[in-house]
Design a binder for this molecule. Structure first.
Ligand code: HAM
Length: 410
């Protein structure tokens, strides 16, 4: 689990703010749910998935309740939908930590943060298109160019039932290669499809494809999604073996992968439709669609592509104190209350050292409190770029600096 320290954390604020702004434009409101849920909330995510079977942080609390730390964001959203019954379409976004006891490595952590968006409402393919467009534009806004959109359809129940029969028969033909995994292939045949095992790749390449077994209704839905993406100029590749890691998916599924990341952790986001989940959780049957974007991975991708750098230190004003007492505290406070970003030194350091600190702080202006100027009701204001220094009446210093800052690029 990572600590995020300044100045790196400034990028997190930036990323979350940009996402919040995009989500607002697309008509999504922020949803905040607890970090803990009843264990059962996540059962529907997939009893055959590693996330639920092996990776959940679960425990019994003091009241004997079986609880789990959220491993993913969709089930809590649907739980909240079922509980509060808001009018549909219900469009919410979230930023939240998720916990999975995975093997940690670069880009794979036991706590990771997701930006996500979910829509509960009709199974209209336009919702799929708009939701994908929300995520797609977010990567573009960050300046990422090496992100690819992969899409597929998982079909409806009937499509999958047809397909599962054919696929299971195919796995049985390859039972010797599947070895111990044959039981898993029988229990959940789709889960084998997106395996990254080298020695299976040929078998997987020749496996029957879900797309060939879609019902007319599923095919029409998928074609509409494709037409919508094309209309918006969003490039995509069809990935016939993309099935995603949770049991709740139906119909459209998608993933955003970054070519700038190692193949094993190259998914910077993913999602899809989950048209039965609300009903499975005991709510009114309401289709759903959404995605989650891993913030840590997005930032690693930004590093690889050299975009969104960690910001250099920056402030408007550094207060240099040569008088002591409470004057520096008062001036810094006044300037901050006036809207300026203000730094200062502490502990009565030598004036020369304070000016060095002012240089390091990235300040645009230095303001020095010195005895002689103070007596005349003035402070010295120094432009840190040019070195030019002027005396300014104490009461006007905030206004003078604010006016000067307006005229210069930051
Ligand atoms: P997911 O694919 O498991 O989907 O996670 C979404 C994204 O979170 C991944 O694409 C990746 O960027 C990031 N991520 C996942 N696990 C880790 C990890 N251990 N360390 C770092 N980053 C990670 C979901 O969670 C679904 N709830 C998405 C969704 C929303 N589907 C429908 N609505």
């Amino acid at each position: 689990m990572l600590d995020v320290l300044p100045p790196e954390s400034a990028r997190w604020i930036d990323v979350v703010t940009r996402f919040a702004e995009r989500a607002r434009r697309f008509g999504f409101g922020l949803l905040m749910t607890p970090i803990l849920e009843h264990y059962e909330v996540f059962q529907r995510v997939g009893e055959n998935t590693d996330v639920v079977r092996k990776e959940m942080y679960e425990f019994v609390d003091r009241g004997g309740r079986h609880l789990a730390l959220r491993p993913e964001g969709t089930a809590p959203v649907v739980r909240a939908f079922v509980q509060h019954r808001p009018p549909v379409p219900w469009k919410v976004w979230y930023v939240a930590p998720n916990f999975r006891a995975e093997q940690p490595q670069k880009g794979r952590y036991r706590q990771h943060w997701q930006l996500g968006a979910e829509v509960l409402g009709p199974p209209d393919p336009d919702i799929d298109v708009e939701t994908i467009a929300l995520a797609h534009g977010f990567y573009r806004d960050l300046g990422l160019k090496q992100v690819t959109l992969l899409i597929n359809s998982m079909g409806d129940d009937e499509s999958r039932a047809r397909y599962v029969d054919v696929l299971t028969a195919y796995w049985r033909e390859h039972a010797s290669l599947l070895g111990d995994e044959m039981a898993r292939a029988e229990a959940n045949p789709l889960r084998i499809l997106d395996s990254k095992r080298e020695d299976w790749q040929e078998m997987l390449e020749h496996a029957p494809q879900l797309g060939e077994y879609l019902t007319d209704e599923s095919r029409t839905h998928f074609e509409h999604v494709e037409a919508g993406l094309q209309a918006l100029g969003i490039d995509y590749d069809i990935a016939p073996r993309l099935v995603r890691g949770f049991d709740y998916y139906t119909s459209t599924v998608f993933e955003f992968t970054s070519n700038a990341l190692d193949a094993a952790q190259n998914a910077v986001g993913g999602g899809g439709r989950y048209d039965r989940l609300a009903a499975d959780m005991g709510g009114p049957p309401t289709p759903g669609m959404g995605f989650g974007i891993g913030i840590e991975r997005v930032l690693i991708a930004c590093d690889s592509e050299d975009v969104l750098p960690v910001p250099e230190p920056h402030c408007d004003v550094f207060v240099v104190d040569a008088v002591g007492g409470t004057e520096a505290t008062r001036l810094a406070y006044e300037l901050r209350e006036a809207g300026l970003t203000v730094e200062r030194a502490y502990g009565g350091r030598a004036v020369k050292k304070q000016w060095s600190a002012a240089d390091r702080s990235g300040a645009q202006y230095g303001v020095m409190l010195a005895p002689k100027e103070m007596e005349q009701g003035k402070v010295a204001v120094k432009d840190m770029r040019t070195g030019e220094q002027v005396d300014v009446p104490r009461d006007e210093v905030a206004a003078v600096i604010a006016t000067r800052l307006e005229g210069r690029p930051s």
